[in-house]
Design a protein around this ligand. Structure first.
Ligand code: ZN
Length: 411
């Protein structure tokens, strides 16, 4: 990826300023003297640096805090509207979703495009257009946009901003970041459509108190985004998180990967639809039939979730069964990684109240007791916005990244 926009780049990347900006961002409101104590700089040096940050608009004075004796110190806080970022979610259903967020990942404005195809030139054009539309709609100057994050399905080289292979988009070796940077002259960061929301949930959402979190997305596929110690775990080739291809039953249904009985074949949307249609064929009476106009081909996950939310007995049974299989898969993850939080995302999170009960039952009864008692299994905090907020979070984490140096050598 390019350096963050020139003018901002040198400024933000300065080590002490980056440290101070991070302290203010994570612990505001905070006084200059508290910052000085934390980073062992003189109060004068801290004032000098905070003055620069105030001048650039990143932080601001909040008014006096409390003090036992003497003059009350002026407190500093992050100005979340100092700059903005764009988050783009390339969904698996020919849709580009995009949002502008502030520096705390709050959505300012969002838009959606439907694509006629997923040819990379169509997708790049759509992204360029949607960024301009967002900037126009928000009334912001494009110079205020510090970067664009993109969450995309597929195998990626996130360092090079390249989609190596994506079955959903039918892409091979597409230099996505470079193509968009050429058009917009704004730095671009990409990651997968499961890693990006995982990061957002850990930084700002359902797991913001946790350092280790797993985000599970149930949709056309079944994937996991793994956050360890606040960082995305990619694995050596970037393929980490292919949770859906955990084999549960070697004689089970054939999976897209060529194996049999992968968890995905029992939990992802195709399986939910299959179990539903089979049940109805066997004579189950359900609201689903009515919602699908008695046509098997019209049964969608959306309809099944809608019926379940209306307490349709069979729809609830299908969701609970899905939860049972998902729980079996999660037992291995809980035993393997001892996560603090598991967040369930994707469209299925709208029926989380029904789904999560059997999931938790299976995990508590089958996983080892210490990690099973520890883990919180919850629904996505961001729901349908998890993808765009996740993509924006990729950029925010980069902006606020502290340069990698040995801190003891510079103090
Ligand atoms: Zn598989």
């Amino acid at each position: 990826m390019k350096n963050i926009r020139s003018g901002n780049s040198k400024f933000i990347k300065d080590l002490n300023q980056a440290l101070i900006l991070n302290i203010v961002r994570n612990q505001d409101p905070i006084s200059r003297s508290e910052i000085a104590k934390m980073i062992k700089l003189s109060p004068a040096a801290v004032s000098n640096l905070t003055d620069k940050l105030i001048k650039e608009g990143y932080i601001r004075e909040k008014g006096p805090g409390s003090s036992e004796a003497g003059r009350k110190p002026i407190l500093l806080e992050l100005n979340p509207k100092a700059r903005f970022v764009v988050g783009i979610d390339l969904e698996r259903v020919n849709t580009v979703k995009a949002a502008i967020t502030d520096l705390r990942a709050n959505i300012i404005c969002k838009k959606k495009h439907f694509l006629k195809d997923t040819d990379f030139s169509t997708v790049v054009d759509s992204i360029v257009d949607i960024v301009h539309e967002l900037v126009d709609a928000s009334g912001l100057k494009i110079e205020k946009i510090m970067g664009i994050g993109i969450g995309t399905p597929g195998l990626l080289d996130h360092h090079k901003g390249k989609v190596i292979y994506s079955t959903y988009l039918h892409w091979r070796n597409v230099p996505l970041s470079a193509l968009i940077e050429q058009e917009l002259d704004i730095p671009v960061i990409i990651d997968t459509d499961t890693n990006a929301p995982a990061l957002a949930e850990q930084k700002y959402g359902a797991g913001k108190e946790a350092k280790d979190l797993i985000y599970i997305t149930v949709g056309p596929g079944l994937g996991a985004g793994i956050i360890i110690d606040g960082q995305i775990y990619h694995g050596i080739d970037g393929t980490a998180g292919e949770f859906g291809h955990t084999i549960i039953d070697p004689d089970g249904p054939l999976c897209s990967c060529g194996n049999r009985g992968c968890l995905e074949t029992m939990v992802a949307e195709a399986s939910i639809i299959k179990r539903t249609t089979e049940g109805i064929r066997k004579g189950k009476v359900s609201l689903i039939s009515k919602l699908a106009q008695n046509q098997e081909g019209l049964i969608t996950p959306k309809i099944i979730y809608e019926a379940a939310l209306k307490k349709d007995k069979f729809a609830v049974e299908v969701i609970r069964e899905t939860g049972y299989y998902l729980g079996l898969g999660l037992v291995s993850l809980v035993n393997l990684l001892n996560p603090e939080v598991i967040v369930i995302g994707g469209d299925i999170s709208q029926v989380a109240d029904i789904l999560l009960e059997p999931v938790r039952e299976v995990v508590v009864s089958r996983a080892l007791s210490v990690p099973a008692q520890r883990v919180r299994i919850v629904a996505s905090h961001f729901g349908k916005d998890a993808g765009v907020i996740g993509a924006a979070t990729l950029v925010l984490e980069n902006i606020f990244q502290i340069p990698e140096v040995n801190l003891s050598s510079v103090r």
